[in-house]
Ligand binder design. Structure first.
Ligand SMILES: N=c1c2ncn([C@@H]3O[C@H](COP(=O)(O)OP(=O)(O)OP(=O)(O)O)[C@@H](O)[C@H]3O)c2ncn1[C@@H]1O[C@H](COP(=O)(O)O)[C@@H](O)[C@H]1O
Length: 110
């Protein structure tokens, strides 16, 4: 059996392509047309669904909700003009910095 995988970078590129070349009937296009407030509303809704699924539902249902959230966060990044690489760079800059779990400074005060 072949297992299909979609890289987050590839999905982001597809979303960017929808932004540059709108396609009628595309849900991504629908979100960009509605604008930032609609995208933020979806990110909020999908976040809540992840929380509920994490507490109550099976692994497949939880995975589905996390995937929905990931997609909408990528749309939000694209709307704000931020790339996945910028997020990776931010995460890479944190590597090895969180060694204490008590009495440690907030992330902003590193
Ligand atoms: N990963 C996703 C993805 N995850 C969720 N969704 C859509 O997100 C919507 C969420 O469903 P909801 O019931 O919460 O929302 P709704 O009632 O449909 O709409 P609103 O609440 O936003 O008005 C559904 O319509 C899903 O189809 C996605 N739509 C697209 N993608 C990816 O984006 C690619 C491009 O999609 P299009 O832009 O539609 O061509 C697809 O091939 C996928 O890879």
């Amino acid at each position: 059996m072949t297992e299909e995988k979609q890289d987050l970078d590839e999905l982001y590129q597809l979303i960017m392509d929808r932004k540059r070349n709108p396609i009628k009937g595309s849900y991504t296009d629908y979100l960009f047309t509605k604008g930032l407030d609609k995208i933020l509303k979806k990110v909020g809704e999908e976040s809540t669904e992840v929380v509920v699924a994490a507490k109550n539902e099976s692994d497949p249902a939880f995975i589905l909700e996390v995937a929905d959230l990931a997609y909408h966060v990528l749309v939000l990044l694209a709307e704000r003009g931020i790339t996945v690489d910028q997020i990776k760079k931010e995460l890479a800059g944190r590597e090895g910095k969180m060694s204490k779990t008590k009495e440690r400074d907030d992330i902003e005060r590193w």
